[in-house]
Design a protein around this ligand. Structure first.
Ligand code: AHR
Length: 684
């Protein structure tokens, strides 16, 4: 793992957490002699709002898919968490080969417990196949009619149980001679007092076979302190692999996504998904990069890999599942391809060694976009996705400004030339400055404290307009608090989104990062959080959007299709901490942007008041005949900037929409302290 990179990020996070507590005590708004004036010039369109302006960024971090969006409930379902990964450097690595993980035989599998005195060990001698080259050996010789023996799995910090719900169970099993079964599968409370549902499985033989059944709960109170069990009352030895338990999924997709998290995303109407990372595309080393060819096809053929964030990824959520996610939410993929450089600074050193990875990228693009006549398009169809996906953007690598070997220049050029030649319509995104080719778009990342984010929220207004390379802000976040941002985060984010909207002629797309965090276990060795500021939090049963999520949603839902010229005078300031050196500085505390829906003429004005006091603002709408006196205001506001949402109090800070009047081409409105307001104005 790139420790320097992570350390720098985490220090930045910690510093912003410190600064915000000082801020809440010292913030004041200065008295205004002249009211701030915000002027919209509605007859001057500065940009067409890019159709994919608001999107999502995602990677396997903080148990985003495993124990997150991917609805699989069984943890370590392929028993690979304990595997030993081969350590192969780039120069010795042959991308055409598969380097299997190995296992310490007779070790106990993580996250599996014995029931009724059964002995559980990993058995590399009884593999399911080359990909799942280990299994769980369960010696249940102590089993009896009165004392069932077997295995139990507690899921990702609990197995959620909902009322009147059908769960799908499947697993592979084989038995030693003499065992005839049956097996019982069940969901029970951890204390053993409540059996929610159970089913019997028979027909286990000496050969590997897949078994499937369903478990149906009755009317119960939703809970998560539960386990999934496979037990028997008949003595014997069995082997198990790929044990799966699924609740109903979003849009009923097989091997699909968690409903509540999908709904939160769908509600915010993101238009693209940047995947698979972030660091996750790079991997900590060549063996553990995002190797898409090992993440397609039947689940039992996917070996899995170690996520660079320190835990095992089964890759049950692989390339087809990313595409299914895009399809279900209505997003277009923005595909990041592995670019021959990993987080441990290992990289290929010449163009011949890079070429197989360039071919891999071309194949991956074909998997996403190809029709049945292409090799990889045909494979995608086999994997359940008949229609090719639209793909307008491909990103080469991730954060290559960290590449101190300076190899990105030639690596980028080689990818650029190959992709441009085969897919001339695709726009190519660089991750740092390049000189020998003109990237269509460059990916900029900003993780900031609230003060820093607000402080930089006019920076694109003065950006050079003549560069042929546009901007993709592929990762950004205001980072006031962990595990998800307080209102301070939403304020910094909203100021920054105003900046990006005003400058949508050069900023084509942007996405917050990271998207998800499992908040079940925030510290310790087995922690569910690797990055301390994230948009959406959840445990096994419940989920919530942070105030930053609601700010995003408000902006995304009201983006319009035209950006209008906007200016301001007499902007108020507040006194805020200067940063690590101490002291205070004066920061603007009012931020704004205006867009229009050209079909209806509706103008949307976004105003952020980041001060701790109310602020009167005069609004002028020029270049229109009239503005209706009636409109709508949607306001996200908190009593102070440290207010937040949590898993226990998920709706503490949410937007409120109200009808408002006394609007016109010129009006004055009071904006509440620590508030984000979206005004909808009907103009003619
Ligand atoms: O979003 C978390 C990490 O931040 C990403 O993986 C990486 O690109 C950046 O350093």
């Amino acid at each position: 793992m790139n420790l320097i990179k992570l350390f720098t990020r985490h220090m930045a996070s910690a510093m912003s957490a410190v600064s915000i507590s000082i801020l809440s005590a010292t913030t004041v708004a200065f008295a205004q002699t002249d009211l701030p004036v915000v002027q919209i010039q509605a007859d001057k369109v500065t940009a067409k709002m890019p159709p994919m302006f608001y999107g999502l960024m995602t990677e396997e971090i903080n148990y985003s898919y495993e124990g997150g969006l991917y609805a699989q409930l069984i943890r370590n379902c392929t028993f690979k968490e304990d595997s030993v990964q081969p350590n192969i450097r780039a120069n010795d690595y042959d991308p055409a080969k598969y380097y299997p993980a190995t296992y310490r035989a007779n070790t106990r599998p993580r996250f599996w417990n014995s029931v009724g005195g059964a002995s559980l060990v990993l058995d590399p001698g009884t593999p399911l196949n080359d990909a799942l080259n280990v299994s769980l050996k369960v010696d249940a010789s102590a089993a009896s009619k009165t004392s069932p023996a077997g295995v139990a799995n507690g899921g990702y910090w609990g197995i959620p149980v909902e009322s009147r719900t059908t769960y799908k169970v499947s697993f592979y099993a084989k038995a030693a001679p003499g065992f005839t079964g049956p097996l019982t599968v069940s969901i029970e409370s951890t204390d053993g007092k409540t059996m929610f549902a159970s089913a019997k499985i028979s027909g286990i033989t000496g050969d590997w076979k897949k078994f499937e059944t369903t478990l149906k709960t009755k009317s119960v109170t939703p809970s998560k302190d539960n386990v999934f069990k496979i037990t028997t009352t008949a003595p014997g030895t069995i082997w198990l692999q790929e044990i799966s338990l699924f609740p109903p999924t979003y849009k009923n997709r097989p091997n699909g996504d968690r409903k509540d998290l999908s709904q939160l995303l769908a509600d915010a109407q993101p238009k693209f998904l940047r995947f698979p990372g972030g660091n996750y595309v790079e991997g900590s080393d060549f063996v553990n990069r995002f190797n898409w060819k090992q993440m397609i096809g039947p689940l039992e053929q996917r070996p899995g890999h170690k996520s660079c964030w320190g835990y095992w990824s089964t890759d049950g959520f692989g390339l087809p599942e990313f595409l299914g996610w895009c399809q279900d939410i209505g997003m277009e993929p923005v595909l990041a391809v592995f670019a021959g450089y990993t987080l441990n600074h290992d990289h290929v050193t010449n163009s011949a060694a890079l070429q197989p990875y360039v071919q891999d990228a071309l194949g991956e693009i074909e998997y996403v976009t190809g029709d049945a006549s292409t090799k990889w398009g045909a494979q995608r169809i086999k994997d359940g996705y008949p229609k090719p996906f639209p793909l307008h953007y491909v990103e080469i690598g991730n954060e290559d400004f960290f590449d101190n070997s300076h190899s990105y220049e030639w690596r980028f050029a080689q990818f650029f030339d190959a992709i441009r030649a085969k897919y001339p319509q695709i726009k190519i995104i660089s991750t740092t400055d390049v000189k020998s080719r003109v990237a269509d778009v460059n990916d900029e990342h900003y993780y900031r404290s609230e003060e820093e984010m607000e402080g930089q929220s006019f920076m694109y207004d003065t950006r050079n307009r003549n560069s042929p390379t546009k901007v993709f802000v592929g990762e950004w976040a205001t980072q006031p608090s962990s595990p998800t941002p307080t209102m301070a985060g939403a304020l910094g984010d909203a100021a920054w989104m105003c900046c990006m909207e005003r400058n949508a002629d050069i900023v084509l797309m942007h996405c917050y990062a990271p998207l998800f965090v499992n908040v079940s276990q925030l510290t310790g060795r087995d922690r569910s959080m690797q990055w301390s500021h994230n948009l959406i939090g959840y445990d096994a049963l419940n989920s919530y959007g942070s105030p930053a999520y609601y700010a995003q949603k408000m902006f995304s839902l009201q983006k319009g299709d035209e950006v209008l010229a906007i200016s301001a005078q007499n902007l108020p300031v507040r006194s805020a901490p200067a940063g690590r050196g101490g002291g205070t500085r004066q920061l603007k505390s009012l931020f704004y942007s205006a867009t229009r829906d050209s079909a209806s003429g509706k103008i949307t004005l976004k105003i952020v008041n980041s001060a701790d006091t109310p602020q009167d603002v005069k609004i002028e709408v020029n270049g229109v005949k009239s503005v209706s006196s009636k409109g709508t205001a949607t306001v996200l506001q908190a009593a102070n900037r440290t207010e937040t949402n949590t898993i226990k109090d998920p709706q503490h800070v949410v937007p409120v929409t109200e009808k408002i009047k006394e609007l016109g081409t010129s009006f004055t409105r009071t904006f509440q302290p620590c508030s984000i307001t979206v005004l909808e104005l009907q103009a003619k």
